[in-house]
Design a protein around this ligand. Structure first.
Ligand code: ZN
Length: 70
């Protein structure tokens, strides 16, 4: 079962993005989860089931939003 994520959650995926970062920030929740790469700002949509497979861990939750990616 997948860990809970919210808008603003910072998550780490099993496979790093080509830019070298493996951290993403959740910007959209729904049937698909929107993730923005912390390294390059690229936005992607992943189905929940796909995210569950790729998710390594949740680094921070909603109440500890980090603003350094803006
Ligand atoms: Zn990237």
């Amino acid at each position: 079962m997948m860990q809970q994520v919210d808008i603003g959650s910072r998550v780490q995926l099993r496979k790093a993005h080509p830019c070298g970062s493996d951290e993403w920030v959740v910007y959209r929740l729904g049937a698909d989860i929107g993730l923005r790469c912390v390294g390059c700002g690229r936005q992607v949509l992943l189905a929940r089931s796909e995210l569950a497979k790729r998710l390594k861990r949740v680094l921070s939750s909603e109440n500890t939003i980090q603003k350094d990616y803006e």
